[in-house]
Design a protein around this ligand. Structure first.
Ligand SMILES: Nc1nc2c(ncn2[C@@H]2O[C@H](COP(=O)(O)OP(=O)(O)OP(=O)(O)O)[C@@H](O)[C@H]2O)c(=O)[nH]1
Ligand SMILES: [Mg+2]
Length: 292
């Protein structure tokens, strides 16, 4: 609950609410402080403020502020009753109560690209291979429970933010696995990288399921600019399936091994092409693109 002159204020690029080291949530690092008579709650950039399920504001820019509630009029302190007759007044009047509101703060990760794939496809391994992020990697499904954002840095100092999210399975929209509510973290992503485990029996079917689940969450989400990352190419069974996958899809397929780092340069270059395309597209539409 917010009361008495509290602002919701977004901080600069404080996306790593989650500890990059162990992949576990670092908890809500929202901090609370006072500035004169105004109280602030600082929240990560990308926080959506909701009241009874309705979005009130979307804090997408560093330093953006939202005035949530007003405080009540102040009371009169002892000094106010000071007079020649009464040099030490014991009287004071209380102030009025401030406004009260119950608001929900929902974090939506801000990143340019989103890694989407089945559990164990190698999304977190891939993020480790191409960026500075260190999400947990393990051979069991649903290792990633919270999103992680890694930054891919280019020689010209351009930075592309990539979000790793939990794995999606068939029927996730019916709440199977971890469900699909975490897809809100890729809602803002301008392009998607579909990560497939090419050692799986028929990896192309994974793609159909992923598309279906994304569409269940938000129609059109699966149509964002995209590429397919064919992962685990170090395994012999993966190499056999690459050509079949290419013949089944129209998107660009980038074969990589997140484990050995094989061909990750091509992925990084393609990521930059998607990013440049996004800058041109949004720039020409007069929209200020996300900058890191
Ligand atoms: N051989 C091989 N194994 C890989 C490769 N990439 C990932 N793995 C392994 O696959 C397993 C799953 O990797 P993760 O990176 O945790 O997969 P994930 O997609 O993030 O999984 P969730 O977080 O559960 O959705 C781990 O045992 C990795 O070591 C690869 O390129 N080759
Ligand atoms: Mg993971």
């Amino acid at each position: 609950m917010l009361s008495a002159n509290r602002f919701v204020k977004s901080l600069a690029q404080v996306i790593p609410v989650y500890k990059a080291e162990d992949g576990q949530s670092g908890g809500n690092k929202n901090c609370y402080g006072r500035n004169g008579n105004t109280s602030y709650i600082s929240v990560p950039v990308g926080t959506v403020v909701k009241e009874q399920g309705t979005t009130i504001t979307d804090l997408t820019e560093h330093g953006q502020e939202y005035l949530a509630v007003f405080g009540g009029a102040g009371g009169k302190g002892n000094r106010f009753f000071l007079s020649n007759e009464n040099r030490a007044p014991m009287m004071a009047t209380p102030g009025m109560a401030g406004q009260e509101r119950v608001l929900q703060l929902e974090l939506r990760t801000m990143a340019h690209a989103g890694l989407v794939g089945f559990p164990n496809a190698g999304k977190s391994s891939l993020l480790r291979a191409i960026s500075n992020a260190r999400p947990a990697v393990a051979s069991y499904p649903f290792t990633t429970l919270n999103p992680h954002v890694g930054i891919v840095e280019y020689r010209d100092h351009e930075q592309v933010a990539v979000a790793d999210i939990p794995g999606i399975i068939r029927g996730a929209h019916l709440n199977r696995g971890l469900g699909i509510s975490f897809l809100r973290h890729i809602e803002r992503c301008r392009f998607l990288l579909f990560v497939l485990d090419l050692s799986a029996p028929e990896p192309w079917t994974q793609l159909q399921h992923l598309f279906y689940e994304l569409e269940q969450y938000e129609p059109g989400l699966s149509q964002r600019p995209q590429a397919i990352v064919a992962n685990k190419m170090d395994l012999p069974e993966a190499r056999e399936k690459l050509e079949t996958l290419k013949s089944q899809v129209t998107q660009q397929v980038i074969p990589v091994s997140a484990l050995t780092g094989q061909n990750t340069e091509e992925l990084i270059l393609h990521l930059r092409e998607l990013y440049d395309g996004y800058l041109q597209g949004d720039g020409s539409r007069g929209v200020e693109p996300i900058r890191w």
